[in-house]
Design a protein around this ligand. Structure first.
Ligand SMILES: Cc1cc2nc3c(=O)[nH]c(=O)nc-3n(C[C@H](O)[C@H](O)[C@H](O)COP(=O)(O)OP(=O)(O)OC[C@H]3O[C@@H](n4cnc5c(N)ncnc54)[C@H](O)[C@@H]3O)c2cc1C
Length: 323
């Protein structure tokens, strides 16, 4: 891991810098490239704009690692608001017709935002309430994957809710974790919707691949399991969440070779990253979903984006200077 990447991931956990940047007025423009705005209504406006351009969207209310029950309940309420807002039928003229059946706008959440670090049962009850609301409109929700102390509990909650019949729930798996192959193989019989990403946290080399080359290799290996005939027949829905062109090209070649229909998988990228590539995929007719965050708790999310590409810092400083 590069020293700068290390530094940004270390800073992403610093509550002092978080407090300073989040409360200082001028700093509010810092995260704009990656975040739609502070409120749900702004998030929805930008999501609908993206829909007009042919993108699917997943909305994320920024927040993680809440420290008390009230915060967890308030985050749950916000997700209920999101689901109600995105379940309202949009103007049919602006939405690609074929998009409506598989979630033009969906939502993504972090379990520590719903209280996982405080109490497992509280978190389970909160996400169950969200899924009960989502079920009414057949709305898809995806559980993001956080750092490794939460992996096992996150998977347990996902499996519990799938078994309770919340089939529109999906999960993220990270290719940098050595356990992920076994996790995916355990999930395949359940016909899971899996968003596969490389992984954005600092993890020890005892449990995670340290070299990028190995993370990428494992990504392709995990994709080949998710795209296998057996997994697709069981109902797996692979979501290829990366900006890595090599992996995207590899996936395109795989689906062509195996005649996998375009509606059996999707590509996903983060808002503000590789827009050129996002547009190219839409033009090529692939389902392409943009992960669109909104909210005031942008600091840890933003620092992880800097860790992925420290050069983003210069771009942001340049923008600040030219204001
Ligand atoms: C939809 C989605 C959901 C995600 N959810 C999670 C999650 O739940 N848990 C988790 O741990 N991680 C999550 N991630 C983040 C992910 O793990 C990676 O950290 C991130 O996607 C960067 O890796 P990459 O696959 O793009 O490949 P990389 O090899 O890191 O990057 C490939 C290329 O993409 C571009 N790029 C990548 N990152 C940036 C950036 N920040 N700024 C500018 N350009 C960039 C560069 O051109 C780079 O060369 C998610 C990613 C996506 C797309």
């Amino acid at each position: 891991m590069s020293p700068l990447k290390d530094l940004f991931l270390y800073l992403s956990k610093s509550s002092i810098i978080q407090k300073f940047l989040s409360t200082s007025g001028p700093c509010k423009i810092i995260p704009r490239r990656f975040i739609s705005g502070e409120t749900l209504s702004v998030g929805i406006i930008i999501a609908r704009e993206l829909n007009k351009q042919g993108f699917l969207v997943t909305l994320d209310n920024l927040g993680e690692s809440v420290t008390n029950k009230d915060q967890a309940i308030s985050a749950t309420q916000e997700y209920l608001n999101i689901i109600r807002a995105i379940s309202t039928p949009p103007n049919p003229d602006v939405i690609p017709k074929e998009a409506t059946s598989f979630g033009t706008i969906t939502s993504s959440l972090k379990l520590t935002q719903l209280g996982l670090a405080l109490e497992y049962q509280l978190c389970l009850e909160n996400i169950r309430e969200i899924m009960q609301e989502a079920k009414k409109s057949n709305n898809r929700v995806t559980i993001d994957m956080e750092d490794s102390p939460y992996t096992e509990r996150t998977l347990n909650i996902y499996k519990t809710l799938l078994k309770e019949g919340f089939s529109t729930l999906g999960i993220v798996i990270q290719s940098y974790l050595k356990r992920s192959e076994s996790d995916i193989r355990n999930l395949v019989p359940l016909g899971p919707r899996v968003r596969l990403c490389k992984g954005a946290y600092k993890e020890p080399s005892t449990i995670a691949f340290a070299r990028k080359k190995d993370v990428d290799k494992n990504y392709l290996h995990l994709l080949s399991i998710l795209f296998s005939k057996d997994a697709l027949e069981k109902g797996a829905y692979p979501e290829v969440a990366t900006h890595d062109e090599k992996i995207i090209n590899w996936t395109s070649a795989l689906v062509k070779k195996n005649n996998i229909p375009a509606e059996q998988f999707e590509f996903q990228m983060l808002y503000g990253i590789r827009r050129d590539l996002q547009q190219r995929l839409v033009k090529q007719g692939y389902r392409t979903r943009v992960y669109l965050p909104y909210g005031t708790h942008w600091y840890p999310y933003f620092m992880r984006r800097l860790a992925e590409r420290p050069a983003n810092l210069w771009f942001i400083l340049k923008n600040l200077c030219y204001r």
